[in-house]
Design a protein around this ligand. Sequence first.
Ligand code: MRU
Length: 346
Amino acid sequence: MIPPLYWNDEAFRVELLDQTLLPVEERWIPIETPEQMAEAIRKLRVRGAPAIGIAASYGVVLALRAPESHVEMVRKAIALLRQTRPTAVNLFGALRRMEAVADAYATADRHTLAQRLLAEARAIESEDREAGRRLGAYGLEVLKEGMRVLTHCHTGGVATSGYGTALAPFILGKERGIRLEAWVDETRPLLQGSRITAWELQKAGVPATLITDSMAAHVMQRGWVDAVIVGADRIAANGDVANKIGTYGLAVLARAHGIPFYVSAPISTIDFETPSGEAIVIEERDPREITHGFGRQTAPEGIRVYNPAFDVTPASLITAIITDQGILRPPYAEALQALRERLDTP
Ligand code: MRU
């Protein structure tokens, strides 16, 4: 799997795959400052809930690049990176961990502080890699040989640091000789499905068929979809799930057609502090993503546009939430509370 970024120790910087150029070009861009990392996250050069947490963590380390830098610059970088995108909770969880390290080593010399922060960023990245493998394995407990599985947005390698979230069972299945077929939703307006999911599945040799979002109902009606699996940007304490815009519609469609609807996400995507989906902040993005998608004007000048990047799927429409710590079934409030208690037990 291609990672979304890697740390270049020699140059003390991040090399980041610019996902906005996929699938036509695989260009790696150097990121040397927290400001450049914040810009990359805002512009979706790096995107996907786990990946933006990982990217932001390394972005914090970059605050210590200059010889005269110090802990206050780290704190400033954390504040800046927190402002980049509001919905995916992984970003905030990762920055909280970086902040705790900055606090613990606030009086240390620059080298020590940088090494500690770097170690934490690496830990966040490798924990996510391990979580992806486990998500794949748990996913294969519900997705079986020969199933035709519809997925939305992009939830694979470059959105995480390894197998991905919802794509993990496809990739692990391929490795284990279990054949899953993917229906890939194009994912309007920025086409993460066609640009990135289709590209990754093709590279991995997973059979995949691309459709536009509006074709999902049709293929379900024909009986060609056995399950839906999506990732998540934030899972509330009652099991409501925020994910890429269009996910809620798929959940409604799946219910109408009697198709199981699965969410696959690492525990870093669970927000135990947010009681329900209603409290999740939904990012609204530039109207030009709709009126001038990919460089060409496709709407009349001056038209009013609403462009939410995510929607909330109510827990009641979700068959199971697959986490790296096991598969959760309804009622989710209880299942999530039990998971929380298990995680809190030393
Ligand atoms: O706006 P994006 O591309 O960052 O949105 C990504 C998604 O909604 C993914 O489905 C989500 O992060 C799931 S896990 C990678």
